[in-house]
Structure formats: structure tokens, C-alpha cells
Design a protein around this ligand. Structure first.
Ligand SMILES: Nc1ncnc2c1ncn2[C@@H]1O[C@H](COP(=O)(O)OP(=O)(O)OP(=O)(O)O)[C@@H](O)[C@H]1O
Ligand SMILES: O=P(O)(O)O[C@H]1[C@H](OP(=O)(O)O)[C@@H](OP(=O)(O)O)[C@@H](O)[C@@H](O)[C@@H]1OP(=O)(O)O
Ligand SMILES: [Mg+2]
Ligand SMILES: [Mg+2]
Length: 374
């Protein structure tokens, strides 16, 4: 049912100051305002329960205390929407569980494009690292070593490209050792906002020539752009990273939309992006290498409208794309044959949300958690 004329909605946001500075721009506040949506800062110094009331809480804050605050808030205001559930978000804090979900999505009968994840293993301590036999794990040098924990800390973005055993010995477990896949120095970042999907290409690590491996020293450390300081993260930086070479072919959009939809449902999340590379050995094989909760949306041109539309949709409990929610039948094929995204080997059948095992219906409230189902 439509809200009465003039009804305003309060969206509370709980964000770290860096995130707030990049995301809550005056332009976003104004576009939202035009749609009767007021964006209101949640004061993290005060108990959440004393603030609001909000129709929707948007957050990128972690930890037991915040979890408790959200639970109390939901209990006091059973109708508040919390986007997204902390349990669902926290699956992304471990680089194994983060990508596991990708392997549980299945594209049936698509001959032209395929997707997956690079081979990877977690190493939990130095002893295990010393004994590590990459080959028996199905890996070979070079590998990329990533902190197992991906909690947004500076540490969690510190990576190394490891060329040989010497490089392995310098790593500080727990880490994930991931197959380094040559991908032509281009990464595709796929931004998801509910049902909206946008792909951009950026510069990535250059290919490694295996013939040169012997001459390279143990490892090369680097850190991802998300932890550069504000000067380094200026517009000029992103212009430099944006790849407008005109020659890199984008992955098929409907293929990405299928993956995005599958991930959204399997993870029970609305706001995330995923990084995709094209395996140059195989051609049309795409690998998901990273999934991030509530990424840097402000880098998307027109993000104000996209986010406002999303808020409006969820606040009005409507779905733009009902067929998207109804998983019966085969639709939106990624290739000429029909493609079906299924959450397999989880025991969930169609019409279920792999993350919460609750039946899916269009943006319906989960009364227990005050989250909405995707
Ligand atoms: N398996 C891989 N093969 C080749 N290059 C990779 C691989 N994994 C990561 N990279 C490169 O390393 C970069 C950092 O990796 P990743 O995206 O996993 O780190 P992150 O710190 O989680 O990044 P973000 O800031 O997006 O959260 C990627 O953007 C890509 O350039
Ligand atoms: O800060 P930016 O705008 O670059 O956004 C980055 C975001 O940092 P922030 O949430 O602290 O802002 C990162 O979050 P954490 O992993 O560190 O939690 C991660 O999501 C990156 O992938 C985002 O970069 P993008 O993928 O969009 O290029
Ligand atoms: Mg990344
Ligand atoms: Mg990441």
C-alpha cells in the first residue's frame, strides 16, 4: 500500500568517518530528500536505541557490541529494516567463506562463458607454512597471499605476490594462498545495489611471465587502493586507475547480472561489489577474486540516484523485478542457451535464500531479524 502523501522516511546511517566522508555527499542527501527520504547520521558515541526512530538502518560497523545494539534496536522497533544483517555481512570477513559462495552458484548449460574462483587454501600457522607443498595442494608459483581475515582493517588489505619458497617463509599466517591468474592487467569491478548492477574496469596487477620466475626475489608486497590515504585516493588517482583503453572487452552484462543475482540471494546481501578477472589462458572464463560489503559506491557516476532508488524501493517494500524473485523457470540467459543460477549443494531448493533458509518473496521483511529478504 502506498504511504500517505507527505510521509517522510528516516534512513539512519552508521559508518566509519572515512566511509561517511566518501559516501554521504550533499548531492546524495539532496536527491534522497526529493524522494522524501532523510539521511540521518547515527551517533556511534551514543546508544543506538536512544536514536531515531529510523525506518531503515544502513551500516558498515562490525563487532559484538554493534551486533547487540542492532538486536536491541530491532526488538524496540520491530518494523525497522536493517540493511544488511550482520551475520550475512560477516561471511565476507573470511576470504575462504567469502568465495565459497561463488562455488555454490551454478551456471547450467552455458557453453560460451564460465566462472569460478582461483584455487586457494588457507594456512593457519607458520609450521604449516614451512611444511607447505604447493603442488600437492594443486597450486604452483606464483601465488598471491592474502590475509585470511578481510575485515576492512589496513592489515587485511596487505597482499603479497609470492614467487618462490623464500617468499612463502616471509608470510604471516593466517593467510590464504591463491593461484595468481594472469588476466591482462584488467580487473572488472561489479557494483551491486539491490537489483542494480554496474560493471567498471580498472587497472590491475600486470601478468607474470613464468619464464622469469627464477630471477625474481621471494615476493612483492602491495596494498589495495582502499587503504591509501585521502590524497592518494583523490579523483586523479581513480582517473588513473580507471581503464578507458577502449580495447578491453567487458564481460557479457547479462552474465554478470546472473552472477550478481545469484550472489545476492545466496549471501542475503543487498549492498556489495565483487572483483572479477578474465583468465587469459582460457579466454571466456571469469574468476571472482574478492567480494566487498558496502564498497565505494560514490565512484559510480550517478550513485546518488541509484542509492536513492534502492532506498525508495525497499522502504516501499516493492521489487522492480518480480520475476527476479520468482526463481521458477529459466530466464535472463547469459548465453544463447538458457542459463539458470542455482544455489546448489546447500540443500536449498529454488525459492529459498541460501543465507537464511527463508522463503524468498519480493523484498519481504524477515520479522525475526528485521532484515529484508532479497
Ligand atoms: N588470484 C589473483 N590473480 C591475479 N591477481 C589477483 C588475484 N587476486 C587479487 N589480484 C589482484 O590483487 C588485487 C587485490 O586483491 P583483492 O581484491 O583480493 O584485495 P582486497 O584488499 O580485498 O581489495 P579491495 O580493496 O577491493 O577490498 C586485485 O584487485 C587484483 O589486482
Ligand atoms: O574507500 P573506497 O571508496 O575505495 O571503498 C573501498 C572500501 O573502503 P571503505 O568502505 O573503507 O570506504 C573497502 O572496504 P573495506 O574492505 O576496507 O571494508 C572495499 O569495499 C573496497 O573494495 C572499496 O573500494 P572499491 O572496491 O569500491 O574500489
Ligand atoms: Mg578487491
Ligand atoms: Mg576486498
Amino acid at each position: 500500500m502506498e504511504e500517505p502523501m507527505g510521509r517522510r522516511f528516516a534512513v539512519g546511517y552508521a559508518l566509519a568517518s572515512k566511509k561517511q566522508a566518501s559516501f554521504i555527499r550533499i548531492s546524495l542527501i539532496n536527491v534522497a530528500k526529493e524522494k522524501n527520504i532523510d539521511l540521518i547520521k547515527i551517533d556511534l558515541e551514543k546508544p543506538l536505541i536512544e536514536q531515531g526512530p529510523f525506518d531503515l538502518v544502513l551500516h558498515k560497523i562490525y563487532g559484538a557490541e554493534w551486533r547487540q545494539q542492532l538486536a536491541e534496536y530491532s526488538a524496540k522497533y520491530p518494523n525497522v529494516l536493517i540493511i544488511d544483517s550482520l551475520d550475512a555481512i560477516e561471511r565476507l570477513h573470511n576470504r575462504i567463506s567469502m568465495l565459497q559462495v561463488v562455488t555454490e552458484l551454478n551456471v547450467v548449460e552455458c557453453e560460451t562463458v564460465s566462472f569460478g574462483i582461483p584455487k586457494q587454501i588457507a594456512v593457519y600457522d607458520s609450521g604449516a607454512m614451512e611444511e607447505m607443498d604447493l603442488e600437492s595442494e594443486g597450486l604452483k608459483f606464483p601465488v598471491i597471499a592474502k590475509p585470511l581475515v578481510a575485515d576492512g582493517s589496513a592489515k587485511s588489505h596487505k597482499m603479497s605476490l609470492v614467487y618462490n619458497r623464500d617468499g612463502l617463509s616471509k608470510l604471516k599466517p593466517p593467510v590464504v594462498l591463491q593461484e595468481f591468474v594472469n588476466h591482462g592487467g584488467v580487473i572488472f569491478k561489479v557494483y551491486v545495489v539491490g537489483e542494480y548492477v554496474k560493471c567498471v574496469k580498472r587497472k590491475s596487477l600486470p601478468d607474470v611471465n613464468e619464464e622469469n620466475l627464477g630471477s625474481l626475489k621471494g615476493s612483492l608486497s602491495f596494498s589495495q587502493v582502499s587503504n591509501l590515504n585521502n590524497v592518494e585516493r583523490s579523483g586523479a588517482y581513480y582517473r588513473m586507475m580507471d581503464l578507458d583503453d577502449g580495447k578491453t572487452e567487458m564481460p557479457p552484462m547479462n552474465f554478470l547480472v546472473d552472477i550478481a543475482r545469484g550472489l545476492r540471494r545466496a549471501m542475503g546481501l543487498h549492498l556489495f561489489n565483487f572483483d572479477v578477472i578474465r583468465d587469459t589462458r582460457i579466454g571466456n572464463r571469469y574468476l571472482v577474486i574478492d567480494i566487498n560489503y558496502f564498497p565505494g559506491y560514490a565512484k559510480m557516476p550517478g550513485y546518488e540516484q541509484v542509492l536513492t532508488d534502492f532506498f525508495w524501493d525497499v522502504l516501499h517494500k516493492k521489487s522492480n523485478d518480480k520475476k527476479d524473485v520468482n526463481l521458477d523457470g529459466l530466464k535472463q540467459s547469459s548465453c544463447e542457451k538458457e542459463v539458470r543460477m542455482l544455489v546448489n549443494n546447500t540443500g536449498y531448493d529454488e525459492g529459498h535464500d541460501g543465507a537464511s533458509n527463508l522463503p524468498i518473496s519480493p523484498l519481504k521483511r524477515d520479522e525475526k531479524e528485521n532484515t529484508i529478504q532479497v
